[in-house]
Design a protein around this ligand. Structure first.
Ligand code: HPA
Ligand code: MOS
Length: 783
């Protein structure tokens, strides 16, 4: 099935011919939209005066919340996020006023004339402040199995600690953008960079106060999204729609990079506390986890994200007695949102830190302690939320990557190197990933498709998923072509459009290909059934030699054939016009919902996931202990995508995910000042990985011969899980820091491990070594 065909837009991406929203040709009526946002993290709006701004030449509209015809609301789940501020602003970057003008210059001119009087209020800017102010976005959630408190008390060893994990900026190459074009009467055509066209459509209809059948949202492609456009593409779309509605002219808003970074939410910061009991082998007996996240000023997806974090604090490890709590705090920062992994990375970082600490306390190889704690094949195979870990690939993958990465030999070589080397230290770590695939909001696991065959035999596939560079459309093209048994060039995938497939879920939760692939297949199956039935009828009427039955007909090599009587065949291209003349319907809609999942969110118990995706990585780093600078000498990845739909695209996703995770665990540090202003709002202050940060030796392999039952062509989701493989880089750096103290003391370590964190950690380690005292916060290893 054309397993490594290039991305359908690859050539257009590199020649610049791929059309993004900002490239679209619009007539001279097009107006530029601009968002005027709050300069304060928390303030009361005393008054505002828009008159002078409205009189600026070239300005067509200046809108406040008073000018919204429908609901002033753009919260995706909980309606706690206004579209334009009313009497209060709750973060820097919150939209207050919208301007539409003929040029950007005129917008800025008008902005200077807007007078808003604020009365500044005290902001809450950290999780710690939110905890002491009891500023919650909603009630905490809990999960529990067994009696962890008493089990911890009777465990031979215990550790306790806390871990800070940082925020992360999405840094999609295409910033938030939307173009709205007015249609007749109330109609509006919307071109939005959104992962969730149906929700964008809904929210626009609601702010405009019109039926959803008046609004059409189309997405050809996004220039990256990573979760940042799962809900927050809606904001720019609602603002553009309001301006378009007010002016009756096409309006485009594209956020400047700095504004985008200031205005939009990030990956949630977490502060996590843990207490764990374990035995002499390093086997975990019981654990308590308390997760706290910074939700920002509104709910957005924070509770689903916290839930996924709670569902991933086990990562690949069996924890017999376990309790988890999750609390989402309200702060005066832009509302934090989905980001590749969706809480999974934050949850997994905690348990990986725990395992690493157990291994260091017992002077064991951390990889071995991981292996000891893996979910079992026959027993020890039920998660702390009651789901059985089926088709467990962990042991198979561990054996394979230990060998292929030459882990044990390299550990020895590293130890020898570190003995000799004073200013450079090397470190290594192996970490696994087990990631649950499905939206945890179970009803979202549905998808639709609409497949059309035209009279020339070309096929147009519509489905509910969006293309953000990840190759979904390529995979859908491949699915349709291979199910029809025709070559790829016969199939085109249309831009995603809410008037073709309604009520879709976000392209998210790594489930785009799983869900839409099955919906496409469903539509193709319906069409093939109709084609087979009518062709059989045609042949049977034409020559009565033998009887062709519908089920005997096969579709392959661009030909439709009776498998029992292969002389009866017709090319796909010839069959279609024939069937058209015989009045056969040549379009069909398809649908899919994930079977056999469901869980009780309040009890935290059941089967939230259709299956698990697995991965494993070994990372080796070289650390300059005088500067904290490090580079990755080598990374080995083995990742499980079942039977890959497209190995080239999947390897790209795995490598890209790892590198994006590498940014989160090393250099990407989001910082705000004491007034809630984002200090890291451009690429000169916010460091995403560059080509120099890619491992010098990067070996990525897909697990072979491990088909996934009950999914489209036995494949597995890919998008999110590989991001968490980068925890191996974080722990490899910790291993190198630990080598500074000859592994006698455990380094203090948070995430991201920036050069600064690393240097402070080294200084602290040296001081403690000299004083021969453990760190104040290093928990006592009981006994
Ligand atoms: N992942 C991504 N997006 C979501 C989820 C999820 O599990 N649940 C609701 N929205
Ligand atoms: Mo995602 S983080 O499920 O778009």
């Amino acid at each position: 099935m054309n397993r490594a065909v290039p991305h359908e837009s690859a050539a257009k991406h590199v020649t610049g011919e791929a059309v993004y929203i900002d490239d679209m040709l619009v007539n001279e009526q097009l107006l530029v939209g601009k968002v005027v946002y709050s300069p304060h993290a928390h303030a009361r709006i005393v008054s505002f005066d828009l008159e002078e701004a409205r009189n600026t030449p070239g300005v067509h509209a200046v809108l406040s919340y008073r000018d919204i015809p429908g609901h002033n609301q753009m919260g995706p789940v909980v309606k706690d996020e206004v579209c334009l501020a009313e009497h209060e602003v709750v973060c820097v970057g919150q939209a207050v006023v919208l301007i539409a003008a003929e040029t950007d210059e005129q917008c800025r001119e008008a902005e200077r004339k807007i007078k808003v009087q604020y009365e500044v209020l005290e902001p809450i800017l950290t999780i710690e402040q939110a905890i002491s102010a009891a500023s919650l976005l909603g009630p905490p959630a809990n999960m529990k199995r067994g009696e962890p408190d008493s089990s911890i008390r009777t465990s031979p060893h215990t550790i306790k600690g806390e871990l800070h994990t940082g925020a992360q900026e999405h840094w999609y190459l295409e910033s938030q953008v939307c173009l709205c074009v007015p249609g007749e009467h109330k109609e509006m055509n919307v071109f939005s960079s959104t992962q969730h066209p149906s929700e964008t459509q809904s929210l626009i209809a609601e702010v405009l106060g019109v039926g959803k059948n008046e609004v059409v949202v189309e997405v050809r492609r996004m220039g990256g999204a990573f979760g940042g456009k799962e809900t927050q593409g809606n904001h720019t779309a609602c603002w553009a729609a309001l301006l378009c509605n007010a002016t009756n002219r096409p309006v485009k808003i594209r956020l400047f990079r700095d504004d985008d970074m200031i205005m939009t939410g990030k990956r949630h910061r977490f502060l996590s506390n843990y207490e764990v009991g374990y035995d002499d082998e390093g086997r975990i007996l019981a654990a308590n986890f308390d997760l706290h996240s910074d939700g920002g000023c509104a709910t957005d997806l924070s509770f689903a994200i916290m839930q996924r974090a709670m569902l991933h604090v086990d990562n690949a490890y069996y924890i017999p007695d376990c309790s988890v709590s999750g609390t989402v705090y309200k702060t005066n920062l832009p509302s934090n949102t989905a980001f590749r992994g969706f809480g999974g990375p934050q949850g997994m970082a905690v348990i990986e830190q725990v395992i690493d600490r157990i291994a260091r306390a017992l002077h064991k190889d951390p990889a071995e302690v991981r292996h000891t704690n893996f979910y079992g094949m026959k027993d020890r195979n039920v998660t702390h939320y009651g789901q059985e870990v089926e088709n467990n690939r962990l042991f198979m993958m561990y054996d394979q990557i230990m060998k292929s990465s030459e882990y044990l030999q390299r550990c020895k070589a590293i130890a020898a190197f570190n003995q000799e080397s004073e200013f450079f230290k090397k470190g290594i770590a192996l970490t696994p990933v087990k990631f649950g695939i499905s939206f945890t909001t179970s009803f979202l696991n549905q998808a639709g498709a609409l497949v059309l065959i035209y009279k020339d035999g070309t096929i147009l596939v519509n489905h509910g998923g969006t293309e953000m560079g990840q190759g979904l459309h390529t995979k859908m093209q491949q699915v349709a072509a291979s199910e029809f048994g025709v070559s790829l060039d016969r199939v085109k995938v249309n831009a995603t459009n809410t008037s073709k497939v309604p009520n879709t879920s976000a392209t998210a939760a790594s489930a785009g290909a799983d869900l839409n692939g099955m919906a496409v297949k469903n539509a193709v199956d319906i069409l093939k059934g109709r084609i087979a039935e009518n062709l059989a009828q045609y042949w049977n009427e034409r020559d009565r030699l033998v009887t062709t039955r519908r089920d005997d007909i096969v579709f392959e090599n661009n030909t439709i054939t009776d498998s029992h009587y292969p002389k009866r065949n017709i090319s796909f291209a010839d069959a279609i016009p024939l069937l058209y003349l015989r009045q056969v319907q040549l379009s069909a809609s398809g649908f899919y919902k994930t079977p056999n999942i469901g869980w009780d969110k309040d009890k935290g118990w059941g089967k939230p996931f259709h299956y698990f995706a697995f991965g494993m990585a070994v990372t080796e780093v070289n650390l300059d202990i005088l500067t904290g600078h490090h580079n990755i000498i080598r990374t080995d990845i083995l990742h499980d995508v079942g039977d890959s739909l497209n190995a080239g695209i999947d390897i790209g996703q795995v490598e890209g995910g790892y590198i994006q995770g590498l940014g989160w665990v090393t250099t990407e540090e989001v910082k705000w000042d004491g007034e809630g202003n984002l200090m890291t709002h451009s690429p000169d202050t916010y460091k995403i990985p560059g080509v120099q940060d890619i491992p010098k030796d990067f070996r990525t392999e897909l697990l072979q011969n491990a088909p996934n039952p009950n999914t489209i062509r036995r494949s597995k989701a890919v998008a999110e899980p590989p991001l968490m493989l980068a925890l191996s880089a974080w722990l490899a750096i910790k291993d190198a820091v630990s080598a500074v103290g000859n592994h006698e003391l455990e380094p203090e370590f948070s995430l991201p491990a920036t050069n600064e964190v690393i240097l402070l950690s080294i200084e602290d380690l040296k001081r403690r070594k000299a004083e021969k005292t453990p760190a104040a916060t290093t928990p006592e290893f009981a006994k």
